[in-house]
Design a protein around this ligand. Structure first.
Ligand code: 26W
Length: 826
């Protein structure tokens, strides 16, 4: 058997071709008919998958034999994007597959474009998880991602009559060649039920057991995660819910056939849909079920793997030496009481031991300080769904509040502020407090964000646990965001530096002294031009708009949110329009041509965000049809922004906007991607913009607006402020109210929020300095050579924003984990 299975698949062109045809004929059962492009996409995916599986199983066996520390990244979201292009490139087989396909009459790029991307995430947080997966494999860290296999991913956004309409994203229509269904890897997950106690005969102690209720099955779906230029291949395990047999018997025997079938359907619904909101927790019971279902299956799996390995003297006390679990925001933080329950009720450990183990195992990453995005669950809901967990949370809180009282004796205000339970009606469990208390490290995602986490979000916790809150600035993977998204620019880097820069972004620094060299500048300008034309061709084909090729391409693409201030961008665009419209034909010639691109989804229930999209579309329609703007200004709202579109849009940008009200964007990761692709930032001193400005130099970032400290002061004096607004802004408001961009009634709520005394996001305050920053960017763009030099220098200063740097920091400061490279057997 060993002899039969131990050979490896060859990856020369003829072998690849044989594997492609074999998959079309046998895997797809399309022998001798229907050899179309989609069949070849499926076949190519399966052919690559075979090669991934070899590396993957070898790697996993190797990790098991080495018994080093492993990290598990728990995330309710993974925004993976397309896999084929990424896999061929990470495996170093792009050339071989391109040749193999070409000789069969297909072009790799159009095959890659056949793939439907899984959108199992909302935005920044989910995409960050996927960038981390790429880096963890590339740097040979023994790590697994754990998540949920939603049947419906992030909704598809269409623009109908200038408004967002949501359509379901059933991404599995054509199957998913990247996953391996593990029908043998399954766990039972309990919901509801009751807690019974009994006396342990050996110790005489009272013990607890959670019993009854409904039992759901979690089935594993595994996806191999290849690293770039390494043999190591990690795993992402996503759970899908199924009804259990145990469940059948209980319900069907009770004689309620229809009720039982309905209940079975409810089981499957747990993993049916991703919640498409990234800013507030609607307090939905189904969402809590998703979180617990995910956590319970994951912890059972992790503990089973840990226990499988028998080593002398090893007990559960040593778990934190072998296992690190990272909580991607509070979404999986019910892990903390669940691990406690497993250790107390199943393993019969004493409380203090269990607590030390749990705390040393978990790390918690905070991604937002916006109060409305901090998760809280009503105590009655938790008590019903997870009665034992509610008990454990109360016990954790009781012990924690004793510590608080010991530190600040008699300070009831401190107790109320820090308690895991909020004394409201109904009472609420503050998941962030639970996560801080139950983790050994809490981290923010950019320097300014971490500072605000320490001073504004958790000041008392920071005092009580000095050193627990750390900063680990986000990063993005250069494999997807430079190499794959921008082949034109990548080939410039590779031709000068060789291919090593992809795994060592610091090497780009050596290009900075060449930034003014004409030959590099020429190549750079060509690449940018190529990327703009590539985007313009897509927009022509999909939206029937002809973009000017020579304009400044100005972009703001991200989730639509008031704090991200797409509205400020639109107000700026209207101002530009007004300027053009009132200029003489002669004056108009001196106005810098500009293409403004916006894209992003609004949460389905977020009315104001939807109005912002409507205004953007209304403004685009008017401007694009006004002859006075011809050759000067165009505006496009690209529908259904997702990872694949980001890969197309970002490399075409000259400038991009990251203009959140200071203090509100935790980090941002789009900002990093744009600069890496040779675009400059117009931005506030918020999130990672601050660090990017420091890395590339203040002169090459167009900074404007109130700082985070000023924002705080301005808000507290807001009601006292004189209601005077900038004359240019007043003109913009008048235009919107005049109805040129569609009935003013549509926009009244938007404008009403912008009176200076109500303007929470400080658009009025920042508007003048925003226009100054725009003017500065326009002026800088006029000197083409100088502009190109700025872009080259900026792009080549971005090494610290590679997720490789980020993950090394986590490994050192949070996980205590070493790389484990596996040397290929051939
Ligand atoms: C409870 C609903 C919910 C769902 C998702 C609340 C909050 C979220 C996320 C925290 C939203 C998110 O994606 N945050 C973003 O995380 C990125 C990665 O760290 C940061 O770069 C962004 O600044 C932050 O907004």
């Amino acid at each position: 058997l060993w002899k039969l299975s131990s050979s490896y698949l060859p990856s020369d062109v003829p072998s690849i071709q044989r594997s492609l045809v074999k998959h079309v004929e046998y895997t797809l059962a399309r022998r001798r008919y229907k050899f179309d492009r989609n069949s070849f996409y499926q076949a190519t995916a399966h052919s690559i998958r075979d090669r991934l599986i070899e590396r993957w199983t070898d790697t996993q066996q190797f990790y098991a034999s080495r018994d080093g520390k492993r990290m598990y990244y728990l995330s309710l979201e993974f925004l993976v994007g397309r896999s084929l292009g990424n896999a061929v490139s990470n495996l170093g087989l792009r050339g071989a597959y391109a040749d193999a396909l070409q000789q069969l009459g297909y072009d790799l790029e159009s095959i890659v474009a056949q793939e439907r991307e899984p959108a199992l995430g909302n935005g920044g947080l989910g995409r960050l998880a996927s960038c981390f997966m790429d880096t963890l494999a590339t740097l040979n860290y023994p790590a697994w991602g754990y998540g949920l296999r939603y049947k419906y991913g992030m909704f598809e956004q269409r623009i109908v009559d200038g408004k967002q309409v949501e359509f379901p994203d059933y991404w599995l229509t054509h199957g998913n060649p990247w996953e391996v269904e593990r029908l043998d890897v399954k766990y039972l997950v309990r919901l509801y039920g009751q807690v019974n106690n009994y006396v342990d005969e050996r110790s005489g102690e009272t013990r607890y057991r959670w019993e009854g209720g409904e039992v759901v099955v979690a089935v594993a779906y595994d996806t191999p995660i290849p690293g770039y230029g390494t043999y190591n291949t990690n795993n992402m395990r996503l759970w899908s819910s199924k009804p259990s047999h145990e469940f059948d018997l209980a319900c069907f025997n009770a004689g309620n056939y229809y009720g039982a079938v309905e209940a079975k359907e409810r089981c499957e619904s747990i993993t049916s849909v991703l919640y498409p909101s990234d800013d507030n927790d609607a307090g939905k019971a189904l969402r809590l079920k998703q979180q617990f279902f995910f956590v319970s299956a994951t912890l059972q799996d992790v503990l089973r793997r840990y226990k499988k390995r028998v080593a002398p003297g090893r007990t559960l006390k040593h778990l934190p030496e072998k296992v690190a679990i990272q909580l991607n925001d509070t979404h999986p933080s019910i892990s903390i009481p669940e691990l406690m329950r497993l250790l107390l009720d199943d393993e019969l450990l004493p409380w203090d031991d269990a607590w030390d183990i749990a705390r040393m195992t978990f790390g918690y990453t905070n991604h937002t300080i916006l109060p409305e995005a901090l998760e809280k669950w009503p105590v009655p809901m938790l008590t019903e769904l997870l009665p034992r967990h509610m008990q454990i949370i109360y016990e954790i809180n009781h012990r924690f509040l004793q510590e608080v009282d010991a530190m600040w004796p008699g300070d009831t205000q401190k107790l109320a502020a820090m308690s895991i339970i909020e004394e409201s009606t109904p009472k609420m469990v503050r998941m962030a407090h639970l996560a801080v208390v139950g983790s050994h490290v809490v981290n923010g995602v950019a320097e300014i964000h971490t500072a605000l986490v320490k001073t504004r979000l958790f000041p008392e916790f920071n005092e009580m646990y000095p050193g627990r809150i750390k900063n680990v600035t986000n990063g993005v993977t250069p494999r997807r965001w430079i190499l794959q998204a921008n082949p034109a620019m990548s080939s410039i880097f590779t031709s000068i530096l060789g291919p090593g820069w992809v795994n060592d972004l610091r090497r780009l620094e050596t290009l900075k002294p060449l930034a003014r060299e004409p030959s590099l500048q020429r190549q750079w300008t060509h690449a940018k031009r190529f990327n703009k034309e590539r985007l313009a061709a897509w927009i022509k084909a999909n939206m029937n708009v002809d973009l000017m090729p020579n304009a400044v391409y100005d972009m703001q693409v991200k989730r639509i949110h008031e704090y991200k201030r797409q509205m400020l961008n639109i107000l700026g665009i209207i101002h530009r329009y007004a300027t053009i419209a009132s200029a003489s034909a002669e004056q108009r010639k001196s106005i810098q041509p500009r293409v403004c691109i916006l894209a992003g989804k609004a949460a389905p229930g977020y009315e104001i965000a939807k109005k912002i999209i409507q205004l953007a579309c209304g403004v685009a329609k008017v401007i694009n049809n006004d002859v006075r703007c011809a050759g000067r200004l165009q505006v496009v709202f690209i529908p259904n922004f997702n990872v694949s579109l980001a890969e197309l849009i970002i490399p075409a940008s000259d400038v991009s906007q990251h203009i959140s009200t200071a203090g509100m964007e935790a980090s941002g990761t789009g900002n990093m991607k744009f600069v890496m692709n040779g675009g400059l930032i117009i931005g506030t001193l918020d999130g990672a913009n601050v660090e990017i400005a420091r890395a590339v130099g203040e002169d090459d970032v167009f900074v404007f607006g109130a700082t985070a400290d000023e924002v705080a002061a301005l808000r507290s004096s807001m009601h006292k402020r004189e209601p005077r607004i900038d004359e240019r802004l007043a003109r913009v408001f008048r235009m919107i109210r005049s109805g040129v961009f569609g009935s003013a009634d549509n926009y009244e709520r938007l404008l009403d929020g912008l009176t200076p005394s109500k303007d929470f996001y400080l658009l009025c305050h920042d508007f003048p300095s925003y226009l100054d920053a725009m003017d500065a960017a326009d002026a800088a763009y006029r000197d083409k050579d100088e502009w190109t030099a700025k872009c080259i220098k900026a792009a080549c200063s971005m090494w610290a924003f590679s997720s490789d740097r980020t993950i090394r920091e986590y490994a050192r400061d949070v996980w205590g984990m070493e790389p484990q490279p596996f040397n290929p057997p051939h």
